[in-house]
Write a protein that binds this ligand. Structure first.
Ligand SMILES: CC(C)(COP(=O)(O)OP(=O)(O)OC[C@H]1O[C@@H](n2cnc3c(N)ncnc32)[C@H](O)[C@@H]1OP(=O)(O)O)[C@@H](O)C(=O)NCCC(=O)NCCS
Length: 190
């Protein structure tokens, strides 16, 4: 797919560029990112470079669409969110992290709403899913606010930092999305 920008009043989501390596390194190095993701810790500049290179390659090969999230208030790189299609069932999985200095401003919610719209309207998916570690209630709240429904607990499914943990799984299907577009007006639409 050609490069593209998704935007609303809160965030701009764009393709990764090489200049993103430095802010990815800085923000992804925080212990608070590792606590709830599989981002390596300690993080290295090489890992940041590999992450950006991989995002660019996956985009070009239509394997996954991993966006850089820019905070529109400061025009700074704030985090990343990606959608990974899986062909057979026309579904996709979403993953994300937001840099700690940008937490609590609605950035993850705004980005997930944009990504869901992209998934249904541009990728024409039937289902979009995401999971979070049981302990990560903030991420569950982001998923709820993007109109995803909780489908349950996948017990012991995540081997995270040396321990088996439960994941809480969420999804939104095309039917839910179309329904929400009909029932919500103007700016509330996801
Ligand atoms: C989880 C994360 C993505 C949230 O990003 P964010 O931009 O701060 O989220 P938002 O501002 O959109 O907040 C969404 C909701 O979560 C709530 N929330 C945010 N941080 C929270 C926290 N630490 N504890 C409880 N709720 C929290 C917000 O209050 C908001 O709900 P509300 O509107 O009902 O008050 C971010 O903290 C993060 O990247 N954490 C580390 C990596 C990670 O967990 N990635 C996701 C893996 S599944």
């Amino acid at each position: 797919m050609e490069p593209l920008i998704l935007a609303n009043e809160m965030v701009k989501m764009r393709n990764f560029v090489l200049a993103d390596v430095a802010p990815v390194f800085e923000l992804a190095s925080a212990r608070e990112i590792a606590e709830n993701t599989f981002v390596p810790h300690p993080y290295s500049r090489e890992a940041a470079q590999e992450f950006v290179d991989r995002a660019r390659e996956q985009w070009s090969a239509d394997e996954a669409y991993v966006f850089a999230i820019v905070d529109r208030a400061s025009d700074a790189f704030a985090g990343t969110m990606g959608i990974h299609p899986e062909g057979e069932h026309n579904s996709a999985t979403v993953g994300y992290w937001i840099g700690k200095p940008f937490w609590g401003r609605g950035i993850a919610t705004a980005a997930l709403r944009l990504l869901i719209r992209f998934g249904f309207e541009q990728l024409e998916l039937n289902r979009i899913e995401a999971g979070h570690l049981d302990q990560n209630t903030a991420s569950g709240r982001v998923m709820q606010k993007a109109n995803m429904r909780c489908e349950g607990r996948r017990r012991g499914s995540q081997f995270h930092r040396g321990k088996y943990k439960d994941a809480i799984w969420y999804a939104i299907i095309r039917e839910d999305y179309c329904q929400s577009q009909k029932s919500l007006g103007g700016s509330e639409k996801i």
